[in-house]
Ligand binder design. Structure first.
Ligand code: ADP
Length: 640
């Protein structure tokens, strides 16, 4: 990432200095001003949210170092406006920032994956506005309504001459300078753009605060106002505009949906409504309150390896940390919210969290809650659930392998494509599948492939189609991992149709089985001859009744890795022993029948038979040019 702003050594610098924004910040600023205009009021929510976080951080640091309070432990956020100067100011007495922090926090975006995210922007405002919601807007949203922003900050505990001033017009640069600041914390002044004067009204500001920031724990203070002789007069007395009480600590029955949603936007750093939430007080060995949300869309960094995810941890209402990933298993990393424990010590650290049995109990409790919420959505609000599945299904699938205690539950939440529907957006559940199983069917059949079409049109499905047996079509990369961790569901084993001998069990009658044995004998000399011709490519050649339309297919031996998984591993650069596949031939196919009498061209035909079987299952040919040459020769012979 190009850190223009942090590249310079600024630690000793006290002069006025102009620095450039990181390229991504410039893009973000541009995008925000142009695409979020219709949502402009969110800037206040974002700035108040940051101020609140800064107060939380101070309270936490002061647990170890009370002098940081500087004799002022009443944390609050203040909003004021100046009609003459056309400015709006948001101040807090929270942790504050020093010079280096100001430069990196307000000049760069530190999140991993930011650059990739910005390369996805299309220039289409509508689409990009949509994308930006996955990203979170934060401080820079000030520029939606302001054409100049001034920040004054001093870190708690520093001397008064360690104040920092930051100023920018939202172009490419900002100016930074050391200044005197007696009070600790941060004060942000917005110089409003043309046409934003309606924000210079106590009434308007109060209504925005109540709408978006009512749940903020610290009091949001404004000067009282009074009407005197038809004019608004600002008094010299503060009043609290918000409820200023931890939302999660209030009884459920008193909280409206709107309040839950507004709180989500604060904890989730998201400006879209959440999809669903669950709020409960848990009693027992561990006492804690959980308020957990499922976002309505995936954040941009859901698949970033080193992205930070997690929920906020509080202990008896005191903020302890953001992104406590120990409170949620990795596969539920998209869940946002708060856990407030009554029992943990206030000095709990990340290291302690990693080993704590109490945390394990809380994590198990939170996991159970979220899975129950998903089950409830799946059965009562299937449309919402399918939205959830579209955004987070692939993450949830990881749970099948990651969380053995909840494996069956997670398996029940899977949505999979199947021959029952034959389109990739129509999915089935494993429970549906089991309920529809044919008389005598003992197993759940699936096929894995690179793409949905490769799965759906695979020759391996031919006999299943003919007999009307449903097969799950698994084309997600992670599906291999899912099925390898899910040997059975509701006591029915999951079986790949491309592996091992075909065992349809009761689905085949005695007469069919007799026929197959007979055919295996009849074709013995052909399969031997094929085996000799393809010795370095296949492990075995045998007659199959898997196929109805295709002449041949490849299968993996019972205990070998299937071909799709082998390809995936190879693509990800892993070395593994190669196991040869088994070639199965269809004894009723005219090509196979004709092969019995072919002498001169036998090896060429055999080669084509093998190569086409490999192609049909999505494999890659060793020597594609020779395949093409042989096909052309065959075409010429036919046309002669
Ligand atoms: P986010 O809040 O999602 O991290 P922002 O762009 O809103 O992104 O803010 C960037 C960082 O700037 C914050 O993480 C915080 O460290 C710092 N910051 C912003 N506002 C304040 C504030 N009022 N007091 C202290 N630090 C702040």
């Amino acid at each position: 990432m190009s850190n223009t702003a942090t590249n310079q050594d600024t630690s000793q610098n006290t002069e006025r200095e102009t620095l450039g924004f990181q390229a991504e910040v410039k893009q973000l600023l541009h995008l925000m001003v142009h695409s979020l205009y219709s949502n402009r009021e969110i800037f206040l929510r974002e700035l108040i949210s940051n101020a609140s976080d800064a107060c939380d951080k101070l309270r936490f640091e002061a647990l170890h170092n009370a002098s940081l309070f500087e004799n002022d432990a009443d944390l609050a956020i203040r909003i004021s406006y100046d009609q003459a100067a056309r400015t709006l100011t948001i101040s807090d007495n929270g942790i504050g920032m020093n010079r280096d922090e100001v430069i990196s926090n307000l000049g760069t975006i530190a999140k991993s994956g930011t650059r990739e995210f910005f390369t996805r922007l299309s220039g289409d405002q509508q689409k990009d506005a949509n994308l930006i919601g996955q990203f979170g807007v934060g401080f820079y949203s000030a520029f939606i309504v302001a054409d100049k922003v001034t920040v004054l900050s001093r870190r708690a505990g520093e001397k008064a001459d360690q104040g920092v001033s930051w100023e920018s017009d939202g172009g490419g640069e900002f100016i930074i300078e050391m200044v005197e600041k007696t009070s600790r914390g941060t004060s942000i002044t917005l110089h409003l753009r043309e046409g934003q004067d309606d924000l210079l009204s106590g009434h308007k500001i109060r209504s925005i605060i109540r709408k978006y920031s009512d749940h903020i724990v610290q009091p949001i203070l404004m000067k009282k106002e009074e009407w005197k002789e038809d004019a608004q007069v600002v008094l010299d007395e503060d009043e609290t505009v918000n409820q200023a009480f931890a939302l999660w600590a209030r009884p459920k029955s008193e909280i409206t949906d709107e309040e839950y949603k507004a709180f989500y936007k604060h904890v989730g750093h998201d400006f879209t409504d959440p999809l669903a939430w669950t709020h409960a007080r848990v009693e027992g060995r561990q006492e804690y309150t959980q308020l957990l949300y499922i976002p309505s869309r995936a954040p941009f960094d859901l698949w970033e390896r080193d992205a930070i995810h997690g929920i906020k941890l509080y202990v008896r209402r005191v903020f302890i940390m953001d992104d406590a990933e120990q409170l949620m298993p990795h596969y539920l990393r998209f869940v946002r919210g708060v856990v407030d424990s009554n029992d943990l010590p206030l000095n709990v650290s990340r290291e302690i969290l990693q080993e704590s049995k109490d945390i394990e109990a809380i994590r198990a409790g939170c996991t159970k809650k979220v899975l129950a919420l998903l089950e409830e959505l799946a059965s009562n609000e299937p449309e919402k659930y399918s939205k959830f599945w579209g955004e987070f299904g692939r993450a949830l699938k990881e749970g099948v392998g990651e969380d053995s205690a909840n494996k069956e539950k997670i398996a029940g939440l899977l949505r999979l494509a199947s021959t029952h529907a034959d389109t990739s957006d129509e999915t089935v559940t494993l429970a549906d599948y089991v309920a529809r199983m044919k008389e005598g069917q003992e197993k759940i059949y699936y096929i894995t492939a690179d793409t949905f079409n490769a799965a759906k049109n695979s020759p391996h499905l031919e006999v299943f189609r003919k007999k009307g047996i449903e097969v799950l079509l698994l084309a997600d990369r992670i599906d291999e991992w899912v099925v390898s961790n899910l040997p059975a569901f509701q006591d029915k084993s999951l079986v790949s149709v491309a592996k091992g001998g075909l065992d349809l069990g009761q689905l085949e009658d005695e007469a069919e089985k007799k026929d197959h044995e007979k055919e295996a004998d009849e074709f013995k000399s052909l399969t031997d001859k094929l085996k000799a011709s393809l010795a370095d490519k296949v492990k075995e050649v045998r007659v199959t009744h898997r196929l109805t339309d295709s002449p041949a297919c490849l299968v993996a031996d019972e205990h070998d890795m299937n071909a799709n998984l082998a390809r995936l591993l190879k693509a990800s650069g892993q070395k593994m022993p190669t196991s040869k596949p088994i070639l199965e031939i269809n004894p009723r196919h005219p090509v196979v029948l004709r092969l019995q009498t072919e002498e001169k061209k036998f090896d060429d035909w055999t080669s084509v038979l093998f190569d086409q079987a490999l192609l049909a299952e999505g494999g890659q040919l060793d020597d594609p040019a020779s395949f093409v040459k042989r096909i052309n020769q065959l075409m010429l012979e036919i046309s002669r």
